[in-house]
Design a binder for this molecule. Sequence first.
Ligand code: GLA
Length: 333
Amino acid sequence: MHVFAPGRVNLIGDHTDYTGGFVLPMAIDLGTTIRGERGGDRIELRSDACEGVADMPIAVSDPASAIPEWSRYVAGVVAELQPRQGFVGEITSTLPLGAGLSSSASLEVAVALAVGDERDPLRLALLCQRAEHRGAGVPCGIMDQLVVAAAIEDHALLIDCSSLEWRPVRIPDDVAIYAVHCGEERGLIGSAYADRRADCVAAESVVGPLRDADIDRVERLADERVRRRAHHVVSENDRVHSFATAIEGGDYVRAGALMTESHRSLRDDFEVSTTRLDQLVERLSAIPGVFGARMTGAGFGGCAVVLAVPGTEIDGWRLRPTAAARVSGDAAG
Ligand code: GLA
């Protein structure tokens, strides 16, 4: 059996998914491959990117304490799936780890397809999201797992994280998308991420769901930090729609300007950028041929995403919009 699960880059809409907002991620042609066979009663996976072996019984009770640490993603998926048989295989990855390109969601979905029989994209994504909560202890939203499980070639997905519906947004051939690493490994983000979520919950207890919140009411929130967090979310949700319209209409200058605004908002209002990321975004934005750049994903290090004229000299990965995770030689059934 052979499974490939892509990573993802988020074009716009960060820290909006867990309040039921809008996001526009795209699955990329870097990802996680698993080759192996089902059988026996243990899960045993080796990885070319990480030390140690993910080795566990098919009945996992405490995924958060699995060793080595990377095997917690595997254990989370196994605990959610409760497979009837084991799997022995090898993981190879072309994704930089901890760079904001969803190496964890890519691994989770790949493991779920290798080990289990769930093939419905939404159910698969929800299962892997729960696996991340249980295994890694990060209270992530649904964006990463859903785009990895549901993406369509040549398109990004505009996801409504409240209704969990999505629509493909075509990425035209006359524009290119790059990811550039800021050189700073993304730190352990669990607690800072949870703090941002808590700020959003605090805002919602006053103004109701941020997805529907009126910006004037948000501006009147008494707590200054909570007000800035909410301001980011409400303005970012608007930018996602404007960006999708701009890309579909070929207005890349407008799309780039929205990326710049998004970065500022994540930097100043949501405070999830870093000095290195800010400097990188500034440097990239000044390159002729670049329409816009912003940090992408959770932040606290990792990558910037860039929208540019194809062929622009950029010292990163040129990313192609690819299809969802897939299985060949499926032994399911
Ligand atoms: C991480 C999470 C996502 C999302 C982003 C920020 O990637 O896994 O659910 O919240 O951060 O947009």
